[in-house]
Design a protein around this ligand. Structure first.
Ligand code: SF4
Length: 313
């Protein structure tokens, strides 16, 4: 992370006086120390205590009352010039990728990872090249600015490799599953901490999603959820989806929780907020929560064979 002294220099250069601090849940405890450093340097500091899951959820309300927002833990997903992003880097031994080499069936692979590890991409690429593997790392995009970076809502860096085999470096199965469905490539996931290597197959997820669409067909009413969050608000998409069915009602919801969905009382929802909510959290929801593409399948304007993973572009 950027040292407090560097942040102070940057704030002085921007002639800022009042500063908002924001961090995701896992980094919130670091905010009070940073707030103390900034106060000692003469700044007025406000900490955003609300939940935050990504740079898609900037506290713009607090930013209105201050000069600059310092957002810890994430890279920008859109351009907002009064925001300083301080990404959180997580290291691992890059030679761990040698364990993945026997899993490849080709000598040319694409390489992707999440923002915490993008700084290790050059070292990892070098190690793979020395092992005889040609590595393709795609340039960043507006939403994923670092080469090789993917998000749970953007797999463009994987698609742009054009590779038939892709190595995902990182923890969890959600990102590599997204890469597999978005690209159709063979995806090898390497968890650098547990040193687990596995081939990821999206078939099971797709079967579950198919069953969910069938269940949702019984619903007499459908809520189309729209987020007011800065990098998740897909209002045009939500309006387009609502026009596909007389059963659909547009609902703005800041935090999607099981209680909120129960209170609203509808038998089915379509999520246009963070795509992970529909995929990752389905077990928490009391009723089916479809992605926009799944709702199009339900409405008959898309075939299941044309399934696409939901992304924010
Ligand atoms: Fe992450 Fe979801 Fe925000 Fe995308 S929309 S950056 S996946 S929290």
């Amino acid at each position: 992370m950027i040292a407090s002294s560097e942040l102070i220099a940057e704030l002085k250069q921007r002639r800022a006086c009042r500063v908002t601090l924001q961090a995701p849940e896992g980094l919130k405890r670091r905010l009070s120390e940073l707030a103390g450093d900034l106060r000692s340097a003469g700044f007025t500091v406000l900490v955003s205590g609300d939940p935050c899951y990504g740079a898609c959820d900037l506290d713009l309300e607090l930013l209105r009352d201050t000069d600059v927002l310092i957002h810890l833990g994430h890279a920008p997903v859109d351009s907002t010039d009064r925001v300083i992003y301080d990404i959180f880097r997580m290291d691992f031994d890059p030679t761990v990728v040698l364990e993945a080499v026997p899993f490849f069936t080709t000598r040319r692979v694409g390489l992707v990872t999440t923002v915490q590890h993008v700084h290790l991409i050059p070292a990892v690429s070098c190690i793979l090249e020395e092992a005889g593997i040609t590595v393709t790392v795609a340039e960043g995009t507006d939403r994923t600015p670092y080469p090789g970076q993917i998000l749970g809502c953007s797999f463009e860096a994987a698609r742009r490799t054009g590779a038939s085999e892709i190595l995902y470096l990182g923890t969890g199965v959600f990102h590599p599953l997204g890469v597999q469905i978005a690209t159709g490539a063979r995806v090898i996931a390497c968890d650098p901490y547990t040193k687990t290597i596995e081939e990821i197959n999206g078939e099971r997820l797709l079967r579950r999603r198919h069953a969910l669409i069938e269940k949702a067909k019984q619903a007499e009413e459908i809520g189309i959820l729209v987020s007011p969050k800065s990098g998740q608000a897909r209002r045009d998409l939500a309006a387009e989806l609502a026009s596909l069915s007389p059963k659909a009602t547009l609902i703005q919801l800041r935090e999607v929780t099981a209680d909120q969905l129960l209170n609203l009382g509808l038998p089915c929802y379509v999520n246009t907020a963070c795509p992970r909510l529909a995929y990752d959290d389905q077990v928490r929801w009391p009723v089916p929560v479809l992605t926009p593409q799944e709702f199009e399948i339900l409405c008959g304007v898309r075939k299941f064979e044309e399934y696409e993973v939901d992304e924010i572009r």
